[in-house]
Ligand binder design. Structure first.
Ligand code: ARG
Length: 466
C-alpha cells in the first residue's frame, strides 16, 4: 500500500494492519475538499516566501490537473493508497516530480483531515438547510390552501378540540424552522479554520493562518492548535441537528401512516410514493413514510457512536477519530434522502378534506366550547364542566353529538341553554373563535402565515469564496 511514511520502519506493514488502518474507501468522499485545502495552503506558503512563485505554480497546476482528471474519470481513486491525502500527494509527486514533495511543508495530516472534514461538513450544513427550506415552501403552500379545512386535534390520541389542516401543518413548519436555526448556529460556530495547527503544536514556519482562513471562506483561524486537531464538536452538533430533523420527519411520518390507514382515511399517499404487496393484491403500503421513520434510528446511532468515540480521547489527535467519517457521511446522506422523499410524498399526497371534517365533528370535540357557552351565561367554569360532562354521557348513551340534542333535552340538563347553543357548538364556530395568536382560527392562522412567508423570503445567505 502506498503510504506517506516508512523511514523509521524496518519491516513492511502487515497486510491486515494496513487494510484495517486505511481510510481511502470512505475519505475519498472529501477529495474535492482535500484539493481545495491544499491549494489554499500552497498559495499561502508562496505568499510567505516558504515556496517560490515557480514552485507554487507547478504545484497548483498539478493539483488542478489531478482534480480535473478525477472529475473526468481519467484518474481513479484506488484502494492502494492509505487515505485520500496520500492519494493526492503521491499523484502530485508522480506528475510534477520533486517539487510536489514540498506540498506538505508546515502541515500535518492531523490539521489537514480536520480541515477536510470541516469543509465537507460546512457544505453539507448548507445543503441540508436548502432541503429544509424547500420542504417548508411545500408545507406553507398546504397551510395557505387549508386555513378552513377542519380536522380533529388530538391529545393522548383521543379527539380533543377541532383544529385545521393549516394549523396542524404549521406545527411542523415551526419545528423545521427551529431546525434551520440550529444549522445556522452550527455554521457560524464551526466556521474557523484549523489549518496551520500542524500535528498538534503549530509549526516553526511563518505561516499566515489568517490568510489561509480567508482563502477558504472561514471567519478566521482557530486559536488553539491542540483543540484544532482534536475538535469534532461540529460533527456532533451537526449529527444532533440531523437527529432532531429526523425525529420531526419521523413524527410526521407516523401521523401520515395513521392518516393513510383505512380507519382514518384522512390522506391518500400518491401511487408514485407507495408500494404493493407480493401476496395481497389490494395493498398500497406507506413504505416511504415507514422507511423515513425507520432510518431515524440510524442517524441517532451515528450521533451516539461518535459521542462515545470522543468521550475518552486525551488531547490531541488519536486515530479513533477516523471513525467519525463513515457514520457522519451515512447520516448526512440518509437525512438528505429522507428530506427529499418526504417533500415529494407530502407534495403529492391527497388530503381528504371531507373525511377530516366529518371526523372533527364526531368525538365531542366541541365539548369545551359548550362549557364556554355556559360560562358566557354566568355559570362558573367548574360547574359548566360538570354539566357538559353529564351531557356527553347522555349523548354517548343516545349515540349522538351535542348538536343533535333537542332543546328540551338540553334544558333538562341545564335551563341555561338557549337556541344559540347550536351555533356556539358548530364546527365552524368552534374553529373560528380560536383567535389567539398561534391558534387555529383562520384569521389568526392567516396572520401567522404572513409571518412565515416573510421568514422564507428573508433567507440567511452565506458569501463563500469557493
Ligand atoms: N485518516 C486519518 C483520519 O481520518 C487522517 C489523519 C491521519 N493522521 C495520523 N496521524 N495518522 O483521521
Amino acid at each position: 500500500m502506498a503510504q506517506l511514511w516508512g523511514g523509521r520502519f524496518t519491516k513492511e506493514t502487515d497486510r491486515l494492519v494496513s487494510d484495517f488502518n486505511a481510510s481511502i474507501a470512505f475519505d475519498r468522499k472529501f477529495f474535492a475538499q482535500d484539493i481545495e485545502g491544499s491549494i489554499a495552503h500552497v498559495v499561502m506558503l508562496a505568499k510567505q516566501g516558504i515556496l517560490t512563485k515557480e514552485e507554487k505554480d507547478i504545484i497548483l497546476k498539478g493539483l488542478t490537473g489531478i482534480r480535473k482528471d478525477v472529475d473526468e474519470g481519467k484518474l481513479r481513486i484506488t484502494d492502494e493508497y492509505e487515505d485520500i491525502h496520500s492519494f493526492v500527494e503521491a499523484n502530485l509527486i508522480e506528475r510534477v516530480g520533486d517539487v510536489g514533495k514540498k506540498l506538505h511543508t508546515g502541515r500535518s495530516r492531523n490539521d489537514q483531515v480536520a480541515l477536510d472534514m470541516k469543509l465537507y461538513t460546512r457544505l453539507e450544513v448548507l445543503s441540508v438547510d436548502g432541503l429544509l427550506k424547500e420542504l417548508m415552501q411545500t408545507l406553507l403552500r398546504i397551510m395557505e390552501e387549508n386555513t378552513e379545512t377542519c380536522m380533529p386535534g388530538f391529545t393522548h390520541m383521543q379527539k380533543a378540540q377541532p383544529v385545521t389542516l393549516a394549523h396542524h401543518t404549521g406545527a411542523y413548519f415551526e419545528m423545521f424552522k427551529r431546525d434551520r436555526s440550529r444549522l445556522k448556529d452550527i455554521y457560524f460556530r464551526m466556521n474557523y479554520c484549523p489549518l496551520g495547527a500542524g500535528a498538534l503544536a503549530g509549526t516553526t514556519y511563518p505561516l499566515d493562518r489568517n490568510y489561509t482562513a480567508s482563502l477558504l471562506g472561514f471567519e478566521g483561524p482557530t486559536l488553539n492548535s491542540m483543540d484544532s486537531v482534536a475538535d469534532r464538536d461540529y460533527v456532533i452538533e451537526f449529527l444532533a441537528a440531523l437527529s432532531t430533523i429526523m425525529m420531526h420527519l419521523s413524527r410526521f411520518c407516523e401521523e401520515i401512516i395513521i392518516w393513510n390507514s383505512d380507519e382514518y382515511r384522512f390522506v391518500e399517499i400518491d401511487d408514485a410514493y407507495s408500494t404493493g404487496s407480493s401476496i395481497m393484491p389490494q395493498k398500497k403500503n406507506p413504505d416511504i413514510a415507514e422507511l423515513i421513520r425507520g432510518k431515524t434510528g440510524r442517524v441517532y446511532g451515528a450521533l451516539v457512536a461518535i459521542l462515545t468515540t470522543m468521550k475518552g480521547l486525551p488531547l490531541a489527535y488519536n486515530k479513533d477519530m477516523q471513525e467519525d467519517k463513515e457514520l457522519t457521511f451515512d447520516a448526512i446522506d440518509t437525512a438528505k434522502g429522507c428530506l427529499v422523499l418526504f417533500e415529494g410524498m407530502v407534495r403529492t399526497m391527497k388530503f381528504r378534506k371531507d373525511v377530516m371534517e366529518r371526523s372533527a365533528m364526531r368525538g365531542f370535540t366541541n365539548a369545551t366550547d359548550a362549557a364556554d357557552y355556559l360560562v358566557g351565561r354566568g355559570v362558573p367554569f367548574r360547574d359548566a364542566h360538570g354539566i357538559i360532562g353529564r351531557l356527553v354521557l347522555y349523548c354517548i348513551d343516545k349515540q349522538c353529538g351535542i348538536e343533535d340534542l333537542s332543546m328540551e333535552e338540553l334544558k333538562s340538563i341545564s335551563p341555561v341553554f338557549e337556541e344559540d347553543i347550536y351555533d356556539a357548538v358548530s364546527l365552524k364556530t368552534c374553529v373560528e373563535k380560536r383567535l389567539t395568536l398561534g391558534a387555529p382560527g383562520p384569521e389568526a392562522m392567516r396572520q401567522v402565515i404572513a409571518i412565515e412567508r416573510e421568514y422564507l423570503e428573508k433567507d440567511w445567505q452565506i458569501e463563500r469564496s469557493i
